[in-house]
Design a protein around this ligand. Sequence first.
Ligand SMILES: Nc1nc2c(c(=O)[nH]1)N[C@H]1C(S)=C(S)[C@@H](COP(=O)(O)OP(=O)(O)OC[C@H]3O[C@@H](n4cnc5c(=O)[nH]c(N)nc54)[C@H](O)[C@@H]3O)O[C@H]1N2
Ligand SMILES: Nc1nc2c(c(=O)[nH]1)N[C@H]1C(S)=C(S)[C@@H](COP(=O)(O)OP(=O)(O)OC[C@H]3O[C@@H](n4cnc5c(=O)[nH]c(N)nc54)[C@H](O)[C@@H]3O)O[C@H]1N2
Ligand code: SF4
Ligand SMILES: [Mo]
Length: 733
Amino acid sequence: MATLNLTEQEYIDRYGPNPAHTPAGGWDNRQPDKLVKTHCCFCGVQCGIQLKVKENKVIGFEPWEEFPVNRGKLCPKGVKRYMQNEHPDRLKAHLIRSLDHGFREASFDEALDKTVAEIQRIQGAYGKDAFAFLGGASMTNEKAYLNGKFARVALQTANIDYNGRLCMVSAGAANKLAFGVDRSANPWSDIPQAKVIILAGTNLAECFPILTDYVWRARDNGAKIIVIDPRITPIARTADLFLPVRPGRDNALAHGILHVLVQRSWIDESFIANHTSGWENLESLVAEYTPEKTEQITGVPAQSIVAAAELWGPAETSMLLHARGIEHHTKGVENVLSYINLVLASGRIGKPGSGYGTITGQGNGQGGREHGQRCNQLPGGRDINSPPHRQHIAEFWGVEETSIPQEGLTACEIIDAIEAGQIKGLLSISFNPLVSIPDSERTRAALEKLEFYGAIDFFMNETARHADVVFAGSLQEEDEGTVTTGEGRCVRLHNSVSPPGDARRDWEIICRLGQKLGQEKHFSYDKAGQIFEELTAASKGGPIDYSGMTYQRIEDEMGIFWPCPAPDHPGTPRLFENGKFHHPDGRAKFHAYPYRPPAEDIDSEFPLFFTSGRVVSQYLSGTQTRRIGGLVDQYPEPLCEMHPLLAKKLGIEDGDRVRVVTRRGDIELPAQIVRSIRPDTLFIPYHWAGKKAANRITNRALDPISKIPEFKVCACRVEKIGPPENASTSHGQ
Ligand SMILES: Nc1nc2c(c(=O)[nH]1)N[C@H]1C(S)=C(S)[C@@H](COP(=O)(O)OP(=O)(O)OC[C@H]3O[C@@H](n4cnc5c(=O)[nH]c(N)nc54)[C@H](O)[C@@H]3O)O[C@H]1N2
Ligand SMILES: Nc1nc2c(c(=O)[nH]1)N[C@H]1C(S)=C(S)[C@@H](COP(=O)(O)OP(=O)(O)OC[C@H]3O[C@@H](n4cnc5c(=O)[nH]c(N)nc54)[C@H](O)[C@@H]3O)O[C@H]1N2
Ligand code: SF4
Ligand SMILES: [Mo]
């Protein structure tokens, strides 16, 4: 097996001759015209990679060993990413759909004109807010900024939001509530220096394989690793302590651990007195969460709760990291705040090897939530509800403050409002809501009610099939720009190739729409770099300040961490080093939320927990990775993980077809019997569409603060349908 796309000679030079390593498809002996240093298009680690380019095609890659975050290493998705460039499904022309004839190719101008005419018709008939915009966090900072400006200045709709609403918003809201700023507190380089690491609700080894290496380096340095998950994921198998939490119980578990820390005096009283507020309320709340009571709520044995406190309490340095397992809940914000309480109570933050991070999911999950494509946000992380923030951005854009819409609906609420007939038109970019939003049959019904839907993508995703106009947009390697990684480091993407056929760079599509909507002066850019200059200037003085950054600096310094408020400012890898938090009083805030159950808990009719998430070889709604053969081979179709004890009770054997039923619907798929999951819980990865979509059965109940849906827990039952359909294709494992 060869993992790199090297010529045979390059391979031999590097590793020596080895006939066993001849790749199945033969050696790629094409010599590239150039190597382009850029970043992976997938997760928020944003590993450095060099793309091999020949005749305007990406033909392979080389490691980029100098980039400090991954030092040349890549995960299974990173090494295959280049294969989407020449994929036969790549959209090369814009499409218009008619009811009689389906999709036909259209010129760029015709697609633009049709879209603009529909925007004007719908807004004329039903008001500005009847046309909504959905953006995404796989796109660059430049595009995130442009999307926000387009919605506020050209569409003048309140209803713009983005797919990070399904991803990062619980962490973002909690970070702001606790610290006054929405960013992971530490650079990843602090992880190997930590002596204890809590990983809560993250399948780190499958979802952020390159960060796993940081945790292993910590372990090599003597660190103890605690993993909290209903499943013994690959990283949990190597942990020192595993807490098998029942889905939807994390804030109780955090309270239980804090209870023991208080009892054993493992809290930093002077840090609490000098740098925090709200301790008294929390202290009296956690007094109730004895290990025994916490065991009853969470299913985690009392002695494991005590053991977690015994590791965390006296540690010299520590990091707490979490991802969607604790955030995808109707109390996602409360869960995050409750784990942050542990960090603050120990006073271990803002120091080398000590701190906190939420592991950002999408490629630009961090930057995508900073520059104004959220319903409640203006550039620079400003608040659309704050009169001085609105005034500042209105002046910067040269528009009337009153013309900037107020806060609009969030992503799932936009789909609800379409279903309710309040929103009649939609433009989406880099978002596949039919696959990724819970209760997909309702999403499908909503899409059918739209009077106009325009989608911008490089593949025909499942949602775009319902569109009236599909614009052929750009792949990450077909444009330049910046993304901000999960540690807050803004890095530079280089343009490798130009879009094929009539496909256009995403920002050009948005700008042309803006121009045709009569806003030429606001949407006339020649290149992405001009948008970057505007966004950094717009951010100046705001909570998220990029104003000291330039493309050149970012490149020279291998990324810059914000805040970076001046050209001579070095950037800020580690926040809160001076013990000052970003609230007006300079203090971090404890939050005391008692445990409350999930929106839908188990009962006699639906006696099992259902939870969903990811596998290593597939990515998000699968539009990209389901098209890459080598990744599909690794995990070709969704499987339902269940414990052997449960399977035995129900007479289910490995590979049998089962039906999982919830109050929303059902899904039929093969069972995968694994000892690594709680016996009361089922898990299905969500990367497939249609009848294989996990979101057919998930619950669209939202967190009241972050409006994230409860992907990670609802109630279900499972029944056997029959033996494997076809023994040879039953599994693929
Ligand atoms: N291979 C791969 N990597 C990815 C992605 C991908 O699609 N594929 N997507 C990227 C993106 S956008 C994201 S957001 C991240 C997601 O990264 P992660 O959040 O790490 O991944 P998930 O699989 O969504 O969920 C993590 C874990 O939460 C657990 N869990 C479920 N319910 C609970 C609960 O109530 N409490 C706790 N403590 N844990 C629970 C699940 O068992 C699962 O192991 O991954 C990024 N990286
Ligand atoms: N059941 C369940 N559902 C979930 C989750 C879960 O754990 N369980 N996780 C949720 C999470 S964390 C996330 S982040 C969402 C993700 O959900 P989505 O954002 O809907 O998923 P993507 O696959 O990123 O879909 C984005 C589309 O954008 C396109 N795209 C990617 N990059 C670009 C670009 O640069 N330009 C353009 N024009 N298009 C681009 C892709 O081809 C794809 O069609 O799913 C959520 N849904
Ligand atoms: S860890 Fe993330 S950024 Fe790195 S190669 Fe894998 S998917 Fe790409
Ligand atoms: Mo995500």
